[in-house]
Design a protein around this ligand. Structure first.
Ligand code: HEM
Length: 399
């Protein structure tokens, strides 16, 4: 029974549009579920997911490890070098610490006025046309421009990078196919070449962007190699892009469907940060995280063999009634609600403050500029993705 629920999660368009009833059923009927045909486990309870993400006995598969997938097939982890999202300690620890020296809260705060200006520019053109597809005209270009500004990618190259980066992000999907992996490999070669040239340019002529800071970052004698900087740039570029696009799209969509909450926001702008966090909980832009077991572990009374995959369904964990009251209620005044939307443990998202900053600036800007937001489509389609869940389009009239 639960096998079927999990397959529907990635294949049934009605479930992709609204996965939450199915996630609740899974959490109630089989919260620590092993697929009958693979060493693949699916977790839906908050405590189990959090523990799995933080447990050092689980992490990323090493090159050459054979990893179970959602089909019965096991696939071999490729040998090629990986971004630190896919590394384990001590390599992960070293890279994350060097990158954190360059990607600081101060650097993010320094972007605030640029984010405000970029948002105002996009809202100006939406005002001129009385609205439009908010995914294409706001939720995509804003994070793309912001991440380009942060990293130091010229704006003109953004549209060329977009589909390539989207191919890379596609490898995070649990039902990725061999064709998806092949396409991502071809795109990775192009992205690597692009960033390599950009690094050379910045070495010759440093500026005040993150790329120059990564080149300069050091820990004693230790510095990032050219290859490590290239991989870090593609990670930050990919991680900061579609995730935040989904956050903005999910936020506007959810608020339009909860007019009472929108009215509260209009009455008290101090509720904006809480509203962004509630969207992150209620409609998380990243719904799935996964770990590979280095040794046998026990979760919720089940023994999980070494070499298994453990999928944590973050969207289910965020709505676990054992950690949050009335979890299906969207309530922007919740305080400190437990949230796994940015992961947990050593891979906890490095971009949380930037993502929150963008969400908050966009929300405040939309409230200031437009007194009425009217959806032009009842059920706009969702992208065919589970891990990076977001709307494919969101036509809205703004006045
Ligand atoms: C709403 C937007 C975002 C969401 C929901 C999100 C979510 C996540 C999640 C769930 C992880 C953990 C992955 C794991 O456990 O394996 C993660 C990691 C990461 N995120 Fe984000 N993210 C967002 C925005 C950003 C932004 C804007 C950036 C950078 C500019 C960023 C950079 C990263 C990096 C570098 C990691 C890897 C950390 C590590 O492996 O140590 N993210 N993110």
């Amino acid at each position: 029974m639960s096998d079927e629920l999990i397959i529907r999660l990635v294949t049934d368009p009605r479930v992709i549009a609204d996965p939450y009833p199915l996630l609740a059923e899974l959490r109630e009927t089989s919260p620590v579920h092993k697929l009958s045909f693979a060493d693949y486990w699916v977790l839906t309870r908050y405590d189990d997911c959090r523990m799995a993400l933080r447990d050092p006995r689980m992490g990323n598969a090493e090159p050459g490890d054979e990893v179970p997938t959602l089909t019965a097939e096991r696939v071999r982890t490729p040998q090629e070098e990986r971004t630190f999202l896919f590394l384990n300690p001590p390599d992960h620890t070293r890279l994350r610490s060097l990158v954190s020296r360059a990607f600081t809260p101060r650097r993010v705060e320094g972007l605030r006025s640029a984010v405000e200006e970029m948002t105002a520019e996009l809202l100006d053109s939406l005002a001129a046309s009385g609205g439009g597809d908010l995914i294409e005209e706001l939720a995509f270009p804003l994070p793309a421009n912001v991440i380009s500004e942060l990293v130091g990618v010229p704006r003109a190259d953004r549209d060329w990078l977009r589909p390539l980066v989207s191919d890379l992000a596609g490898t995070l999907e649990p039902n990725r196919s061999q064709a998806d992996l092949d396409r991502a490999e071809t795109s990775a070669v192009k992205v690597d070449g692009y960033f390599n040239d950009l690094i050379d340019q910045r070495r010759a002529e440093p500026s005040d962007d993150l790329l120059s800071a990564l080149i300069a970052a050091s820990d004693g004698e230790d510095r990032l190699t050219q290859r490590e900087i290239g991989l870090t740039l593609s990670l930050i570029y990919a991680a900061g892009f579609e995730t935040t696009t989904n956050l903005i799209g999910n936020m506007v969509h959810t608020l339009m469907h909860h007019p009472d909450q929108l009215a509260r926001l209009r009455a008290a702008r101090s509720l904006v940060p809480g509203a962004v966090d509630e969207v992150l909980r209620y409609q998380p832009p990243v719904q799935v995280d996964a770990r590979y077991t280095f040794e046998e572990v026990e979760i919720g009374g089940h023994s999980i063999a070494k070499g298994s995959m453990v999928m944590t369904l973050l969207a289910a964990a965020n709505r676990d009634p054992s950690v949050i009251d009335d979890p299906d209620r969207f309530d922007i005044t919740r305080q400190d609600a437990p949230l796994l939307s940015f992961g947990s443990g050593i891979h906890y998202c490095l971009g949380t403050s930037l993502a929150r900053l963008e969400g908050q600036v966009v929300l405040a800007g939309l409230l200031d500029r437009f007194g009425t937001w009217t959806p032009l489509e009842d059920d706009p389609p969702w992208k065919d993705r589970l891990t990076l869940r977001g709307l494919a389009r969101l036509p809205v009239a703004l006045s």
